[in-house]
Design a protein around this ligand. Structure first.
Ligand code: CP3
Length: 345
């Protein structure tokens, strides 16, 4: 269909052959959905992730309720950090918490060696169940955290705004930093390739917080590790490389790799794609907060993006980041319909 869209990606996403722009949404499943809240009333978040039947059910909820063009595996980027022995929990309302964060070179050396296949078999089992239940209706997308974003959770101990501990560690402990990033890159490769072996048809690499870095820091301290992950993804499986606040990093992120670059809403999609070049596909980039406004405003936001992209093949419609929990489900359904309607060629 298109020169811009890598052939394997087309094969993986069967429905890209349909006449509209495909749409899937970041944090497609989640607390904005009553079906998900009902599951969460009975299970903790980690418990849900570790129960393949429940995780498969949550994965399929948005496919049925929203009409999106791909299923996104229900799991988390942080599941592979738990076996490192750092004490991972998800606290209600506050997100992830690491009980024993990495503070020193000695802490890096003390991290427990992880055999990913033995550590997260439940994720791979969920993939197999979802593929069976989907019966090729839509493709299944798997995902993992990129080394920097994983390292930031390990070092900060939880969410952060400024990432000061991470930046200090990167500067003051360069050898330990690279050792940690190398460990995390190996874990990420095993995590995505395990998902692929179990049946996911594309993978998304989340470097959600990398936009906090200067281009020079990204190039020297992060890029080689992200590249080492992307280079080792099972050949033929498309990679979506995503970050937020990456306006100043786009050419470097492209150099790190990926068939598709995921953009947040802080950049204009058309000039960003210009800068990236014609040989990558682009995913994005509606501000998820638009979904809290009225239908007319949502339509305006969708149209703005589709007009900017102007039918150029290789665009995947997505939100610039995760869906807010206050979002009305009807607005999400309307969004998916609008993208299909307004992009039909
Ligand atoms: O439908 C989907 O998108 C699939 C599932 C998915 C989850 N996490 C489930 C989840 C995906 C793709 C992720 C990725 C993830 N996890 C990222 C990268 C994407 C991003 O948002 O930047 C990050 C940074 C994490 C780590 C994480 N997990 C955080 C920061 C939080 C708490 C904040 C929040 O948004 O709730 C989680 C918890 C989490 N992961 C939830 C879900 C559905 C909410 C948990 C709940 O039910 O309380």
């Amino acid at each position: 269909m298109s020169a811009a869209l890598p052939a394997p990606f087309l094969q993986a996403c069967r429905r890209l052959a349909t006449p509209f722009t495909p749409v899937w949404l970041m944090r497609q499943a989640g607390r904005y959905m009553p079906e998900y809240r009902a599951m969460r009333a009975r299970h903790g978040f980690l418990e849900l992730c570790k129960n393949p039947a429940a995780a498969a059910e949550v994965t399929l909820q948005p496919v049925d309720a929203l009409g999106v063009d791909a299923a996104i595996l229900f799991a988390d980027i942080l599941l592979v950090l738990e076996p490192l022995g750092v004490g991972l929990e998800f606290t209600r309302g506050e997100g992830p918490h690491i009980e024993r964060p990495v503070k020193s070179a000695e802490d890096v050396a003390r991290l427990v060696p992880v055999v990913v296949d033995e550590a997260v078999p439940f994720v791979f089992e969920a993939v197999r169940l979802v593929r069976k239940q989907l019966a090729d209706r839509v493709p299944l997308i798997g995902f993992a955290g990129a080394p920097f974003t994983l390292a930031s959770y390990l070092i900060e101990g939880g969410p952060s705004r400024e990432f000061l501990r991470t930046k200090r560690f990167m500067r003051d402990e360069p050898a330990a930093w690279h050792a940690l990033m190398t460990r995390l890159a190996d874990i990420t490769v095993a995590y995505v390739n395990g998902q692929i072996a179990a049946g996911v048809q594309a993978v998304q690499l989340f470097d959600s917080w990398v936009g906090t870095l200067s281009p020079a820091d990204y190039r020297d301290s992060v890029l080689p590790h992200s590249r080492s992950v992307i280079e080792r993804v099972t050949p033929g499986i498309p990679v979506i490389h995503f970050g937020t606040g990456t306006g100043g990093l786009l050419s470097l992120m492209k150099a790190a790799g990926g068939d598709v670059i995921g953009l947040d809403w802080r950049v204009e999609i058309a000039p960003a794609w210009e800068r990236l070049g014609p040989d990558v596909a682009v995913q994005g980039n509606l501000d998820p907060a638009v979904l809290l406004a009225g239908i007319g405003e949502i339509r305006r936001g969708v149209k703005e993006i589709l007009d900017a992209v102007a039918g150029r093949p290789g665009h995947i419609f997505n939100l610039g980041h995760g869906i807010h929990k206050e979002t009305p489900v009807d607005s999400v359904v309307a969004l998916v319909d609008m993208v299909h309607e307004l992009s039909t060629r």
